[in-house]
Design a protein around this ligand. Structure first.
Ligand code: HEC
Ligand code: HEC
Length: 289
């Protein structure tokens, strides 16, 4: 209940005029320095709200008299980054793949750009580090190449892809399904022979019989000793590297009803400089030839 403002006898300060049950409130003003900072921040916020995007409206918001926006800032930064990269990209486009590979400065740039493009476009199938994945996605970090590991061969694979329907120049090879062509015992024997090529057959008699089946049916695409035939994309069978697994059951499954891996063509999706950087990156990752 309001009473009159008076001087408090004990402290010598003025009261506010508020009193509750005989207790009077002293008037203790905020320190000046504190108040001035408060007024300062209020003024600052008003100024800020006028200069920069702030108040919401029915359609959009007040954009501020400076015209600043986060999007225009990012666009500017990206344009600056692109301008910085342009000379490198021009040089990468102009140089041969060998030259990029042999110029330390261009190589470092291509490796950095290739790593990013690989993570964006290739890692889903080939693994983050190019280590490959079960189910027909070959490792790119080794020196075992189905289609060839030279710079040119890798570039062609990336540009046109493998067994896809988008690119008429895609790499193509088709393993026949032997389900109706060979009998079950023949398939068993030739699978034993395939295992014997990497020294893993446990049935020498079957592997021996399988050699004849192999010579007749498989040599054209996989080579006499299972070394693989690049022209037709027939993978090596004599090594320990498998697209679809190297157990007997998995080999039998592939012979009976082969799976054919598909890789998309990147020629129409990625620009030339990116494809070149990817080529050099993949070549350097593994045993480039
Ligand atoms: C949709 C899955 C997929 C994507 C994405 C993909 N690949 Fe492939 N890639 C494959 C398959 C499957 C094969 C093996 C095809 C075969 O069986 O011959 C392959 C094969 C390759 C080969 C040939 C390997 C050899 O031994 O000759 C290269 C090189 C390659 N990919 C590079 C790339 C690069 C670089 C990218 C990214 C731009 C990429 N791939 C994206 C599925 C993919
Ligand atoms: C016309 C060519 C062709 C013929 C003939 C052929 N293959 Fe293949 N074979 C391929 C191709 C191409 C692949 C790889 C499939 C892929 O890349 O997805 C393959 C894959 C395989 C694989 C899987 C390799 C791996 O790394 O997992 C085995 C095993 C195999 N073939 C065994 C045989 C046997 C045994 C015969 C004979 C009975 C045979 N192939 C005949 C083309 C052929």
């Amino acid at each position: 209940m309001p009473t009159k403002i008076e001087k408090d006898a004990v402290t010598g300060k003025m009261t506010t005029g508020h009193e509750w049950d005989g207790i009077k409130e002293l008037n203790t003003p905020l320190p000046k320095w504190w108040l001035y900072i408060l007024y300062g921040t209020i003024a600052w916020s008003v100024l800020w709200a006028i200069l920069y995007p702030s108040f919401p409206g029915l359609s959009g918001h007040f954009r501020g008299i400076l015209g600043w926006s986060m999007r225009s800032e990012i666009t500017e930064q990206m344009a600056a980054a692109r301008a910085e990269q342009a000379p490198f990209l021009d040089r990468i486009r102009a140089a041969s793949l060998e030259q990029v590979r042999n110029d330390p400065e261009l190589l470092a740039y291509a490796m950095a750009g290739g790593r990013v493009a690989f993570a964006d476009n290739c890692a889903g199938c080939h693994g983050a580090g190019g280590q490959g994945a079960r189910g027909g996605f070959p490792a790119l970090v080794d020196d075992d190449w189905i289609w060839g590991g030279s710079l040119e061969a890798i570039q062609q694979t990336i540009v046109h892809g493998i067994r896809n329907t988008q690119d008429a120049d895609a790499r193509l090879s088709q393993m026949p399904a032997y389900a109706g062509v060979l009998t079950r015992p023949q398939i068993n024997d030739v699978a034993e022979h395939v295992l014997s090529l990497s020294g893993r057959s446990t049935d020498a008699a079957a592997a021996g019989r399988g050699a004849a089946v192999y010579a007749e049916n498989c040599v054209a695409c996989h080579g006499e000793r299972g070394e693989g035939v690049r022209d037709v994309g027939g993978p090596a069978l004599a090594d320990a590297i498998w697209l679809y697994g190297g157990t007997k059951a998995e080999v039998v499954a592939q012979i009976t009803n082969p799976r054919m891996g598909v890789m998309p063509a990147w020629g129409g999706r990625l620009d030339e400089a990116t494809i070149r950087m990817l080529t050099v990156y993949v070549h350097t990752l593994g045993g480039g030839e």
